[in-house]
Design a protein around this ligand. Sequence first.
Ligand code: 6GU
Length: 238
Amino acid sequence: MSNVNRFDVITIFPEYLAPLNLSLIGKAHSSGLIEIGIHDLRAQTTDVHGSVDDTPYGGGAGMVMSPEPWGKAIDAVAELAPDEIHELIVLTPAGEKLTQDLAQTLTKSKHLIFACGRYEGIDVRVSDYYATAKNFKVREVSIGDYVLGGGEVATLVIMEAIIRLLPGVIGNSASLDEESHTLTKDGDTLVEYPNYTKPKEWRGLEVPEILLSGNHGEIAKWRLEQALIRTNLRKESP
Ligand code: 6GU
């Protein structure tokens, strides 16, 4: 059983995932901390036009993605990690909302498969089928209450949220403990305190005196106060 986390993305726009080669994720991939595969759904089509969608049963606007190319593509990528449980993430604005807590949970999955729907989404029988298939788990996930053209950008968001939490990806892992939306020991989630660096004065704006004091106890107290103020401000204006 492989010790690295594997991520497979199925899409009709493989080029949309090009940013995965950059920065943190690019480095994690090239250093072998993670495996990433990007797969073109159209490779699984059989007709000359490479059709991946059709009109909805029951009528209505738009097109629905056909189940068979998805079934073939998902079966094929499952073979790339044959000993793992496959966590199939179906991207849809109707899904469970992404949170830091969900990102943390998904770090535990050794094999994540992202199914990027377009148009009016994927025939729901794809989710229904894999929900009971051997060695599969299914989650429908959304990144927020707005509608995107497809699941590709949502996949980038979710993968970045997960991958930066994996051991070895961020050099200074202590920076993960203090950041926004992380559960505190009291079970709350706070947004982060404000940060300052040099110079001491910039365009007439001063760094708070307390941060220059060298008094670590007082600084910790001030930062917690600031985090609470910011958290409460956000709750009043969601
Ligand atoms: Cl995952 N997909 C689409 N198409 N729109 C979204 C989304 C996903 N999450 C928020 N909006």
